[in-house]
Structure formats: C-alpha cells, structure tokens
Design a protein around this ligand. Structure first.
Ligand code: SF4
Length: 267
C-alpha cells in the first residue's frame, strides 16, 4: 500500500502581512525574520542574495471602486453595540458608553486574535460593532487623518485590503458575514479637524480577492524588494539597517540600527 503524502501546512499570514507585502515583499520577509510577539519563531528570508528589485509589489490591487471616504464623526446609531475590543491595542477611541459594550460570547475566552483555519490566516480588528438588525462590521482605527487629495489612491488601496481581511476574520469568528468594514481616522494631531472613515464593501468579489492574494503571496518564492522613497523611509527593517536595497533612509534612524549589517550588504 502506498504511503500517504502529508499535506503541507499553509504558511501562516496576517492582515499586517498583506499590507506589508503590498508595500514591499522583501519587507514582509525581513519582518518575519525577527522573533514575533508571544514567542513566534523567526523565519529565514527566502529572498535570494542576488535578487533583482521590482518597480512595485506584484500583489494585484484590491477592488477599490466601491469604497467610500466620508468626513466627520463615525455614523453610529443609538442601538449599535460594541461586541469586540482588542485590549492589546493602546489608544483606541471610546466610541460607546459602558452600557453599550456587550462583548460577544465568542470572545469571552480572553484571546483577542481571530483565526481563519480554512485560509491559514489570523489577526485582530480593533473593534467590532453589532447593529440592531444583527449585522456586524469590524473597525480598524488609525490616529492619522483621512487620506484625501494627493495620496487618496495610495491610501485607499491599503484601507481596502485591511478592511477586507478583517471582514473575513469577523465572518469566521461570528458566523455572520459583514457587508462592509470600516477604517476610522481620528486625526489626533489635528484635534479631529480632519477625522473621517472609509467604508469598504465586502462581498463575493472582495472575498475572492483575499483568497487569491493569500495564494499569490504563498506562491512567491522570491519576495523581491520593491524600493520606493515613500515606503523605504518608513520601513522598520530599514531603520534597523537590515536592507541594502532601500531607496531612502529614515530621517530618524533607530538607536538599534546595525551599521555592520549595512557594511556587509545587509541580510
Ligand atoms: S527598505 Fe525599502 S526595499 Fe528595503 S525592505 Fe524596506 S521597503 Fe523594501
């Protein structure tokens, strides 16, 4: 009798990986090469030493045409309740009074990470809201201002892929498929003058994009750098001196920067 070949485990990915890979695949590899929180082991980057840098990440764009950017305070109804809160996240806004915080039993175990066993995917939205009709939607909070004007197209794609990922995780956790996700901008530096939110519809097309995107990342055995001034200047591994392909160095290098790695050609 022929021995059964074990099915290889899916490479574990998170919404953060999607965002990072969309900026630069090599940045995701360098992030994975550092020990993760809660004892997650470091991985060896698969990027070959003599890789040819790309002009942009190969991840195809998420469907953005139906996303809506809305200025002002988030539109919450008096009957809306907060059913999930990522307590590991500092600085989240208080959107609900205590009597409207009713954590769903699905989250009573105390572990805030939401898992999707089918897609090998996990992560944490900041908040999940339940409406009076039983529908739910996740919120990702950002303290910056709403992207409008110059960086609109750039910012919108990042919003959309993060919201899609969190909608899928919310669906898996609660068994209720959100019709949309929200990225909420608090504009802390501007005292809320340019706060707002982006509403990202979530349907078959968006879920399909997520499935294909995860497959595309897993199939990429090169994970090449995609240097650009904007991305490299805010890249954490770059601040640590771990990338020799950077198009720009951060204005304020980390005190942990490793000049020897740079001198030796980086990782
Ligand atoms: S410094 Fe630039 S090229 Fe290097 S990993 Fe970061 S974003 Fe990619």
């Amino acid at each position: 009798m022929q021995a059964l070949t074990p099915v290889p485990a899916l490479e574990h990915l998170t919404p953060h990986d999607l965002v990072t890979y969309y900026r630069c695949p090599y940045e995701m590899e360098l992030q994975h090469a550092r020990p993760g929180p809660h004892g997650a082991p470091a991985r060896i980057p698969m990027t070959p030493t003599e890789v040819v840098p790309l002009h942009r990440s190969p991840l195809f764009d998420p469907p953005t045409s139906r996303a809506r950017a809305i200025e002002g305070r988030l539109d919450l109804a008096p009957s809306d309740t907060l059913i999930y809160l990522d307590e590991r996240e500092d600085g989240l806004p208080v959107l609900f009074p205590p009597e409207r915080v009713r954590i769903d039993p699905a989250f009573h175990g105390g572990e805030p990470t939401l898992h999707d066993a089918e897609l090998g995917f996990s992560g944490r939205p900041d908040l999940i809201v339940r409406r009076a009709d039983g529908s739910v939607y996740p919120i990702e909070y950002k303290s910056t201002h709403l992207f409008l004007g110059l960086h609109e197209a750039h910012g919108r794609s990042f919003d959309v892929l993060q919201a899609i990922a969190e909608c899928r995780l919310t669906h898996q956790a609660l068994g209720v498929r959100p019709t949309h996700g929200v990225i909420l901008y608090g504009d802390v530096a501007g005292d809320g003058a340019h706060e707002g939110w982006v509403e990202v519809p979530y349907g078959d097309a968006e879920e399909r994009w997520l499935r294909v995107a995860l497959g595309q990342i897993r199939a990429d055995r090169t994970r090449a750098p995609a240097p650009s001034e904007r991305h490299c200047s805010g890249c954490e591994p770059n601040a640590l001196g771990l990338c020799r392909y950077a198009a720009a160095r951060p204005d304020h290098p980390s005190p942990h920067r490793a000049p020897l790695l740079l001198a030796a050609g980086g990782v």
